[in-house]
Design a protein around this ligand. Sequence first.
Ligand SMILES: Cc1ncc(C[n+]2csc(CCOP(=O)(O)OP(=O)(O)O)c2C)c(N)n1
Ligand code: SF4
Length: 248
Amino acid sequence: MKTVYKKPESITDRPTTYCPGCPHGIAHRVVSELLEEKNLTKETVIVWPVGCSVFGYYFIGTDAVEAAHGRACAMATGIKRTHPESFVMTYQGDGDLASIGIAETVHAAARGEKITVVYINNGNYGMTGGQMAPTTLIGQKTTTSPYGRDPKLTGFPMHVPEMLATLEATAYIARAALDSPQHIIQAKKFLKKAFKAQVNGIGFSLVEMISSCPTNWKMTPVEAMERIRKEVLPIFPIGEFKVAEGVE
Ligand SMILES: Cc1ncc(C[n+]2csc(CCOP(=O)(O)OP(=O)(O)O)c2C)c(N)n1
Ligand code: SF4
């Protein structure tokens, strides 16, 4: 029989802890496939965050460390500087990266640390029950914005890639989405360039992946994917925001 799909070796056999229909698993697969294709699995260190993906080190079998909430880019900086031969990534949610960890993220990008960041934007704090995140849309109901996010009280959704692309030392900055096969293929292409930015020693790279959280959005997995297309992508458009020389 012809093999049509084989899971990357770095994906472990451990049962998932994610909710049914949660795209964290899709993002894990994209990361693992690329690590294998680029022969990077053995030299990779992934810095895992605080959030639903905290147990990512059980699911992707690379060397790994666990950072305190928001501190992943700071830890990755230390690891990459002391082990420049390693391929160093962080994998962070929007609460972790854009809220408590925004200072670490912006300064690692401004310094041009040669690390790669996978940034999962699901519009809320998934693990702790769906509180408002910096990425929550105007009018979106969460447990801490029960009448819908009001920009007069809590500001506007934060566009991290657009912000980081203005910094001189960033090498590759993009936004992808995990809602459809076409977009997942594109997400992998973007991440491939982000990997190249680090392997070629050019600078900081980040790919935001627009995701969903069916549990806290109180939707079926399919409805949540539809919401991404209808409501989220018009506010968070997909695309490349910075492609430095040597990355293409
Ligand atoms: C210093 C600190 N503050 C708060 C928490 C509680 N906490 C755990 S996960 C989390 C939010 C994670 O949300 P996000 O980064 O969006 O990831 P998701 O769960 O949506 O994947 C928070 C606030 C913590 N563990 N440590
Ligand atoms: S709470 Fe949301 S982000 Fe967390 S595993 Fe469940 S669906 Fe995924």
